[in-house]
Design a protein. Structure first.
Length: 489
């Protein structure tokens, strides 16, 4: 027998290959969702509009509204190169693909004897909510990865990197604002080494700086919190949440604790119950503390009715719950092997339970979530896509577009400075003539009733009940006066 035949190294790689395979399958599904159509979440478009404004008004903090700025910086990159939301969606795909690998590495900091870390990685990769959210232009998947990396660097005794990561998280999601306290507590209970303080000092300083800048710009302490409360109160009225009594309201005390994970995963979640002792005994301290703090935070915020109980808020907890389910499988497998008086088969039983769970997940909840997301992406925003196609087909290299339907800017995919955002009802034929004379042609996108005053040499390219696209070409003979006039701003 050759040395290669007896080398156990290929067998040691099999668990990692399983995690990589699950991650690859999930990534392929996400890319299919990206190709299926635009993002279906209206908040993603609101973020994109702010990102476009950031390119023009980067110093104005108030343009971020109640949100934090980091995700808008990512969106501004996409807007600058003509791929609104596209860059953010790819970042989400990459972040959600990396998360299971980071989770596996994190769990192996404390457990190198059982298949638990690899089972958790596989379950995290294929968790239906994790797969679908990883194809959106929302920041939850990126926040999830940053939180995992912060835990991993802490367990590896790299507090400076932990602090830098938490500083980024603090500019991405408000949930991250509870984490400096978490890591300060970990630091206090684990020796209070001077260099370890970076893990909470850096994100704490970032949060204080953002609050001070907001105060200086708005003249009001915590303006974003007041504005958020007003928005949530208005949304509750408009959505008639109290009248409709959705599951999120009826199950409010356990919405994020149990209802959301059950709706996403189904029966395999039951393994989390025998996995609970693992939290106290063998889980990485940072993962347990961060998970508990984030679960408490998002649950409390929902119980106080200061958000809308959105399912995607659970995304950051998917790795912890995947680890809990994996711990439960390992525990049950150990008990079964002990009952059979064959402790050596515990690993085989664990793998069998994992395969059974994966089969169920792939066949029922994952297939359902991906099918629903694909259907929504294909059927929504058809009108906006049709209008955008007409506009792009009629663009010249220097063409600018009069547009007062700003939601359409992300579909047209032009840099923000190529839009003239006047209210079209205030635009006259002369304005179109000047713009067309200087740039060869100009386009108008608006509601039909706001363009009734435009007549001279205007062609209708598209019209329906709510939108119209007009084109004005340069006249055959140009007036020197018009040519010299500056383009409207």
């Amino acid at each position: 027998m050759t040395a290669a035949a007896t080398d156990p190294t290929p067998l040691r790689r099999l668990p990692w290959l399983a995690v990589l395979l699950a991650t690859t399958v999930a990534t392929v599904l996400r890319l299919r969702l990206v190709r299926a159509g635009p993002d279906v979440d209206t908040d993603a478009f609101a973020h994109a509009l702010i990102a476009r404004r950031l390119l023009l008004e980067w110093s104005d903090i108030t343009i971020h509204w109640v949100w934090l700025p980091l995700w808008h910086v990512v969106g501004a990159l996409g807007a600058a190169i003509g791929y609104d939301l596209g860059v953010q969606r790819i970042v989400s795909v990459l972040a959600s693909g990396a998360a299971p690998l980071v989770l596996t590495a994190l769990l192996r900091q404390r457990d190198r004897d059982t298949p638990l870390p690899f089972v958790a990685g596989v379950l995290c990769a294929l968790w239906p909510l994790h797969v679908v959210l990883g194809a959106t232009a929302q920041p939850e998947s990126t926040f999830q990865l940053i939180a995992l990396l912060a835990c991993l660097t802490w367990e590896r005794k790299q507090p400076l990197r932990t602090g830098l990561l938490l500083g980024l998280a603090a500019l991405l999601r408000y949930e991250a604002w509870v984490l400096p306290g978490v890591f300060a507590a970990l630091w206090w209970t684990q020796g209070r080494a001077r260099r370890g303080a970076w893990a909470w000092l850096i994100p704490g300083a970032v949060i204080v700086t953002w609050v001070l800048l907001h105060r200086a710009m708005t003249g009001e302490w915590f303006w974003f919190l007041r504005e958020n409360r007003l928005y949530i109160a208005r949304a509750w009225r408009e959505l008639r949440i109290d009248e409709r009594q959705p599951p999120s309201l009826r199950l409010a005390p356990i919405w994020y604790l149990a209802a959301v994970p059950w709706l996403s995963l189904g029966p395999p979640l039951l393994f989390a119950l025998p996995g609970l002792p693992w939290i106290a005994r063998r889980a990485p301290r940072s993962l347990a503390a961060v998970g508990a703090a984030l679960l408490a935070f998002i649950s409390l915020v929902w119980l106080e009715h200061t958000n809308l109980g959105l399912v995607r808020h659970f995304a950051v907890l998917v790795p912890l719950y995947a680890a809990l389910v994996a711990a439960g499988m390992t525990s049950v497998a150990g008990l079964l092997a002990k009952a059979l008086r064959r402790p050596q088969i515990a690993r085989v039983i664990t793998v069998g339970l994992c395969l059974a769970a994966v089969q169920h997940i792939a066949r029922i909840p994952l297939e359902k979530h991906v099918r629903w997301a694909t259907r929504d992406a294909q059927r929504l925003y058809r009108q906006e896509r049709a209008v955008a196609a007409v506009v792009r087909a009629n663009l010249g290299e220097r063409t600018r577009v009069f547009c007062d339907v700003r939601f359409l800017e992300m579909f047209i995919r032009l840099p923000p400075w190529r839009f003239i955002r006047w209210r079209v009802s205030d635009v006259g034929d002369y304005n179109l003539l000047v713009e067309a004379s200087q740039r060869g042609r100009t386009l108008v996108v608006t509601a039909p009733e706001r363009a009734t005053q435009l007549h001279d040499d205007v062609r209708v390219l598209y019209r329906d009940a709510t939108l119209v696209v007009l084109r004005r070409d340069a006249p055959g003979t140009l007036s020197p006066r018009i040519v010299r006039m500056p383009a409207p701003h």
